[in-house]
Design a protein around this ligand. Structure first.
Ligand code: 1QQ
Length: 399
């Protein structure tokens, strides 16, 4: 009866808290104590973590490797004892690369699944619609691939203190890319192309414009297109007519592949510079030789000899018979960052989201394939930028 009384009080505090608390009570009464085995025990209630990613739609080149990365991390985490002995269980939903898809998945995961935290969604365009759902539900989010502006810190939709970002923002990456373009690749003029109906792409356009201008690189023309355009022969012809040293393309992989192919057809060898949309091996497999020489700023690269990265790459290869990409590395890293905070949160299976949020904020020096990870005061990642160029079909660091 005493338990009932406590629970009644908590109903006033919030249904989510009640449900998770109930689960915790059941677990404790049923079995008590950890099994003593290093593997996550069935005795404790599972710790549910939401993952909302683009498995279909325009972001579908990024979501599948994010899924691989996060599933590998969950498997390894559970093999090593889970969250203080409790099994970590992923709830994965497709955001369909749309704002509606993202909002629906975030609503489901916060109200139905009652996950402890959410990783995702894949695209910045979806994130600015879906993150407010988690913010109102006071469910922490770690953004694993949103690189546009206003994702953390100051958000247009209002307070976003439950939102964190483990993905390198374009406002940090692009200045480095522009600097390398100027100093190492001798770029003096560009045409700036971008998808105007995608937040990541249009934010990247504005950031490129600002940084190219301040670096003294001439922008000969700006050309807007749509993220759903498949034929970019017109815009590319118009861009090449300006005879720039390079074409800068701020877009997701679909249009980027079309731009690379058109440029290669009409002006082979012309330098193409992009943003985070370029950091997928799909660019190389789909554009083939036309991807050769393309430059972008990345959060990670395959050849990084750091032992944590080497261990991740080897485990990923063993499980999927494939090299990981940046998106897999970021998703994998984020789950370990969350694990670290979950382990530090008292009574983890009855976690109160504000306590978990506070612990995520205190993250320091978690060893990940992205390097030793900490969040800054704006809940953003502070990490090294790798400016990469595709050479012989491989992303190669050039900074
Ligand atoms: C964003 C991105 C995409 C290019 C990759 C997921 O960075 O939408 O913010």
């Amino acid at each position: 009866m005493r338990v009932g009384g406590v629970m009644q009080k908590r109903i006033v505090g919030g249904l989510a808290v009640l449900a998770i608390t109930l689960a915790a009570c059941t677990g404790t009464t049923a079995t008590g104590g950890p099994s003593g085995s290093p593997t996550a025990s069935a005795a404790k209630p599972d710790v549910k973590v939401g993952v909302v990613i683009s498995l279909t739609g325009v972001g579908n080149v990024y979501g599948p490797t994010q899924k691989n990365g996060v599933e590998l991390a969950a498997q390894r985490i559970n093999d090593a004892g889970g969250v203080n002995g409790a099994k970590m269980v992923l709830v994965i939903d497709d955001d369909q690369s749309t704002t509606d898809g993202g909002v629906t998945a975030f609503r489901k995961q916060t109200s139905q699944d009652r996950v402890v935290a959410i990783l995702g969604p894949t695209l910045s365009n979806t994130a600015v619609a879906a993150h407010p759902v988690a913010q109102s539900a006071q469910t922490p989010v770690i953004a694993i691939s949103n690189t546009g502006d206003g994702i953390v810190g100051k958000c247009d939709y209002g307070p976003c203190d439950y939102i964190f970002r483990a993905s390198l923002g374009e406002s940090t990456a692009i200045p480095q890319t522009v600097s390398v373009a100027k100093s190492k690749l001798n770029v003096k003029s560009v045409v700036l192309m971008y998808a105007q109906d995608d937040k990541f792409s249009s934010d990247g356009f504005a950031i490129f414009k600002k940084n190219l201008t301040s670096a003294g690189i001439t922008i000969k023309k700006e050309i807007a297109f749509s993220k759903t355009d498949v034929d970019l022969s017109g815009p590319v012809t118009a861009a090449l007519a300006e005879s720039p040293d390079a074409i800068v393309d701020s877009s997701l992989a679909g249009p980027a592949i079309a731009v690379l192919k058109e440029v290669n057809k009409r002006s082979p060898g012309k330098l193409v510079i992009g943003g985070n949309g370029f950091n997928t091996p799909a660019i190389i497999t789909s554009a083939g030789a036309a991807a050769e020489g393309a430059v972008s700023g990345a959060a990670w690269y395959l050849g990084n000899p750091d032992p944590v990265n080497k261990d991740f790459v080897a485990a990923y290869k063993a499980k999927y018979n494939l090299d990981p990409d940046q998106f897999a590395a970021q998703a994998y890293s984020a789950l370990y960052i969350l694990l670290d905070a979950l382990k530090r949160t008292p009574a983890v299976t009855s976690v109160l989201h504000d306590k978990l949020r506070d612990q995520i904020e205190l993250t320091t020096g978690v060893k990940t394939p992205l390097g030793e990870f900490s969040f800054n005061a704006s809940h953003d990642v502070s990490q090294k930028v790798y400016v990469v160029q595709i050479k012989n079909g491989v992303f190669t660091q050039i900074n």
